[in-house]
Design a protein around this ligand. Sequence first.
Ligand code: PMP
Length: 407
Amino acid sequence: MTAAGRDAELRERARRVIPGGLWGHLNAANLPPGYPQYFARAEGCRLWDVDGREVVDFMCSWGPVVLGHRHPAVEEAARRQAALGDCMNGPAPALVELAERLVGTIPHADWCLLSKNGTDATTACVTIARAGTGRRKVLVARGSYHGAVPWCSPSIAGVTTEDRAHLVFYDYNDIASVEAAAEAVKGDLAAIIVTAFRHDMARALELPDPGFAQALRALCDRESAALILDDVRAGFRLHLGGSWETLGVRPDLAAYSKAIANGHPLAAITGAEWLREAASKVYTTGSFWCGAVPMAAAIATLDELHRIDGPARMRTMGERLRAGLDTGAARHGIAVRQTGPAQMPLMLFEGDEGFRLGNAFCAAALAAGAYFHPRHNMFLSCAHTEADIDRALQAADVGFAAVAKLG
Ligand code: PMP
């Protein structure tokens, strides 16, 4: 096997034994040509694929890696806990320490539960809201992603109408549509679930209007329903106390995962006092949910994010990237639109039917050493330095040149 063919060889073998080659969002079949599926190693903000190519990483495992791959303090904490025990007959003290840390630093949180995936956390929030209110209906923003189980999966394969019978849809940032949806289910409204910002795939990102966030809070107060903030994707990148802290709007329940343990598998549900009893009655569990290693990793991750003010650092680097991309695009006479928080940016090309330009940009930039995404928000980490951003901008320049050639 030549070095250049390792990824192709693994994909071919996977095709025979794994339906579709790979489940879910990490399937490289959805990426431009040349994107690797398999990786050999990762360090800081760098990734090496199985064919030995090194890139500056702007997906960070699609969110989990917030401090950088294999962060020494996190890995040391994980190793120390692993040497003592991980999956035991009950949790390690790290559970209580982490729960105290989350309740102590997330202002809306009076209690917390831990699980493994974002889907576990959003699903538990919905169930707890229903248990706590004795009602059924949940308002969901059209096109929002909340996980990979029947109530919220973007695919309808294997999903029954009944799985979604009690969802009512509204449009993000559109107060009138939320009011109308709430009116339609008056007396039976359990919750409104909302993401930290509008980050639907393949369209410009949209920050939440403060008035929209306040209207959701007021509506939930008026109807005695729960406001659920799905902070799975943005949590701990934008603000360490919850992504809507800057808007002055606090949810009743929040779902976290991705960045909480810098790549170790963990999710958290935080909640307000009035839902504590409901949370104690809902049956949430999993064979690995009390695993101690990810909890130790989470404590170290949160400590480090606080110590270095991770969100501010990522914002600064994200702004440098954004400014450089704007300059680079202008130099080539190309019109781009950059949206979203600087820590989780997206760049789209104006008038880019079918993402022809975005794909060409990404494919060329990848070959030149930067792993961008053409349609999904990207992720900065605290490991990105000015030198890394500048290195990536050189790769971006190769990408813009490829786009300019397409005319
Ligand atoms: N909510 C949001 C906003 C997400 O971005 C994701 C994952 N992309 C989820 C929920 C589900 O998380 P997981 O894939 O860990 O189940």
